[in-house]
Design a protein around this ligand. Structure first.
Ligand code: 3HC
Length: 675
């Protein structure tokens, strides 16, 4: 087999070029090739310096994650990086694209780093539940300082080449498109100079930094093992020699990689990518060209949806029925962009650029110029059918017609047109400009190229998309239903909202079912008839306890939106318990887990058996990206696998639930949802 590493010479500079698509992951063959190159440089006196560079779209994007859990082939990455650094001739890492994880560690072990301005550097291992395991926790503090190292290694977000230069991580910026020549020139300049090894530099730090960092990020790191392990490791090894530090790093890495959190996070990494693959569709299907998007409805949802496209540089025609609503919607979009700019995440020109792509109109016929039209109007089948009937008359042939419905039947909506093959669901989550998830709902007649185009577009607007089938609530909201039903029943049977929410927060969710109801609005879905009060939720809505927006819902809220127990809600619950004569019992934590989490797994199994999700990992992606399921628990189906499906079935049986046949079958066979 040919090596992914090619060696060439320019004068006395040896150039090691890696070509291992798609992201130059540091798999065994790459490591072996690099090692051979370093050996060659060591033994050949005519070589005076080495440049390490990558072909394709990026510098090494990290260790090869697919090798994790398998027997490691020599040389390991930690051994390789030390060999690179030990060479007594200058090694220059020439970086473009993303130098991530092990890639960043190769760069850190090199004696010099040159990068094009568009390059990025990062230690994203933490996002996979591990710590940098090839010297990153030791060299980064020595090169860029402890604070930068803590920031990069615990949060995992990449920094720009410019920032890396300011931090001392990059020695020189190259000209875009001229990286190799600039790197070779740099190499020639430093030939003969004593090499500077980052592992030999001292670490200087004020010990107070660590606790301050823990305190500042406590909320962000809640429940996560890796960030805490990284902070502890850097703190404990800061004053120690590199050799000792790197040994501690190795032990910390091994411990984390064998844990459930890392398995869950790696599962989500691959699940997110797998979700983009659509069953039964050729990968090379010709995509439709989407030059302009139409959005019907300038409310919260329509505005949020529009922002996704505007931010990605796609012009949007937004339609409303009344001038006032249109103006309000447009003003909200601008306000949101300006708020982002105020936080320094957008420039004033970018705000104007995005707003310049927006065409607000009252004329429905203007949608004729759009290649994709997304309807975000009132959630009613009659209204949707009417909109699609009208669209059918004016949309250009081949335009994709999408509904943002959260529950309704896409096939029925498509039947209101003469072109059901062009119709699909694009279910965005609120706030649509922020939430990562997009459910792409595949109707019975949706054409392959329509689905594939929607999937490609989702990447362009930075969403994580999952294909869902036509069923009430699709994947996410359908699984939410049993949870809500059981949570409400438990209130009547003796639990409090606090008790139930607490279990969910302790599990790692950002909030529990009642906190979520208060945030979303207790009045959502309420029939607005004060004489029709059928449950506690109706009673709250009828009293104007609509949630956070009214400072009162299942909880009372102060002006800082801090929730507290509401005596009125306690009273209401008691009234309903008495009125319905519900027998009371002490609701335990175990019962809450079974009735609100195991039931979700059960629904997930039904969804899978019906083919409404393509694979179990897609269900996991929906819950992690759309509903705040803690990524370190890998999504509901992965979590069920780690709990053991037999345990889930036993729990469901104990509380008298009808167990999904697929779930029972898998439990009996000792199988898992995710292989
Ligand atoms: N190992 C193996 N495969 C990888 C990989 C890696 N490190 N990174 C990406 N891939 C694969 C993806 O699974 C995907 O495969 P597919 O086409 O079969 O689905 C393919 O490469 C392309 O990936 P993306 O779709 O993500 O491509 P993008 O262009 O959108 O993004 C990227 C590129 C920013 C590099 C992104 O892939 C990424 O963030 N990768 C992970 C980086 C990472 O976590 N590195 C650290 C690894 S752990 C480590 O280094 C340990 C060390 O400290 C010892």
């Amino acid at each position: 087999m040919t090596s992914p590493i090619t060696t060439t010479r320019q004068g006395d500079v040896l150039i090691l070029t890696s070509d291992n698509p798609p992201v130059n992951a540091l798999g065994a063959a790459v490591r072996q090739g690099l090692q051979a190159g370093i050996e060659e440089a060591k033994s050949d006196d005519s070589i005076k310096a080495v440049v390490i560079i990558c072909a394709g779209k990026t510098f090494f994007a990290g260790a090869d994650i697919t090798e994790f859990g398998k027997a490691m082939q020599e040389p390991s990455l930690p051994v390789l990086v030390d060999q690179i650094e030990a060479l007594d001739k200058p090694v220059i890492a020439a970086v473009h694209g993303t130098a991530l994880g092990g890639g960043c560690e190769v760069a850190l072990a090199s004696h010099y780093r040159i990068a094009v301005p568009s390059a990025k550097f990062g230690l994203p291992e933490v996002k996979l539940g591990i710590l940098p395991g090839a010297g990153g926790t030791q060299r980064m503090p020595r090169v860029a300082g402890v604070e930068a190292a803590l920031e990069m290694a615990t949060k995992g977000d990449p920094i720009s080449a410019e920032q890396a230069k300011a931090a001392g991580l990059v020695d020189r910026l190259a000209t875009e498109g001229n990286l190799l020549a600039d790197a070779v020139a740099f190499a020639q300049e430093v030939i003969g100079k004593p090499v500077s090894r980052s592992s030999e530099r001292p670490v200087t730090v004020d010990p107070a930094v660590f606790d301050a960092f823990r305190k500042a990020n406590g909320k962000r790191f809640r429940g996560l093992e890796a960030p805490a392990a990284i902070i502890d490791l850097i703190e404990q090894t800061a004053g120690k020699p590199y050799a000792e530090g790197v040994q501690a790093e190795r032990m910390g890495f091994m411990k984390l990689i064998m844990g459930t959190q890392s398995a869950a996070l790696r599962h989500i990494f691959f699940a997110e990518r797998k979700a983009t693959k659509i069953d039964g569709i050729a990968e090379d299907v010709q995509l439709r060209d989407i030059k302009r998007v139409g959005v019907i409805g300038a409310g919260t949802m329509g505005g949020g949806i529009s922002m996704n496209f505007l931010s990605a540089g796609v012009p949007v025609t937004i339609v409303e029925m009344a001038q006032e609503a249109l103006d309000r919607g447009t003003a909200t979009i601008r306000k949101n962009y300006e708020a982002t700019a105020a936080k320094g995440r957008m420039t004033a020109e970018q705000v104007e650029g995005a707003m310049g792509l927006l065409k607000p109109t009252l004329n429905f016929d203007d949608l004729a110029e759009c290649d994709l039209i997304i309807e975000a109007v009132y959630e009613s089948m009659d209204v949707k059918k009417d909109v699609f009937g009208r669209l059918d008359k004016i949309a250009r042939p081949g335009a994709i017609l999408a509904s943002n419905t959260s529950y309704l039947n896409i096939d029925e909506i498509a039947a209101a047109t003469s072109r059901p093959q062009d119709v699909l669901g694009l279910h965005f989550f609120s706030p649509a400009n922020v939430m990562k998830l997009l459910e792409i709902v595949r109707g019975a007649k949706t054409a392959d190229d329509v689905l594939a185009t929607a999937m490609a577009l989702s990447k362009k607007i930075k969403k994580v998309a999952v294909i869902a089938g036509v069923c009430y609530g699709f994947i996410g909201n359908r699984m939410l239903m049993p949870r809500q039903v059981e949570a409400n029943k438990m209130l009547l049977e003796g639990a409090t909202p606090e008790q139930i929410d607490k279990v969910h927060v302790a599990f790692g969710m950002p909030m529990g079912p009642f906190q979520m109801a208060d945030l979303a609005g207790v009045d959502i879905g309420w029939h607005r008839d004060p004489n029709r009060i059928e449950n506690i939720r109706d009673a709250l809505a009828a009293e104007g306890r609509w949630g956070q927006k009214k400072s009162a819902g299942f909880y009372d809220y102060d002006e800082k939106r801090t929730p507290s127990n509401s005596p009125r809600v306690t009273e209401l619950i008691a009234e309903w318990r008495e009125k319905l004569n519900v027998p009371q019992h002490e609701v335990t934590e175990e019962e809450i887990v079974v009735r609100t989490l195991y039931t979700m797994v059960n629904e997930g199994a039904l969804i899978l058996a019906e083919g409404m999700a393509q694979r179990a990992s897609d269900v996991d992606v929906v819950w992690v990206y759309g509903y705040g399921w803690p990524p370190y628990r890998g999504g509901p189906m992965f979590w069920a696998d780690t709990e053991g499906l037999k345990k889930i079935v036993d729990g469901l049986d104990k509380y008298g639930f009808e167990v999904a046949p697929l779930l029972r079958e898998k439990a009996e066979k000792g199988e898992k949802f995710n292989k």
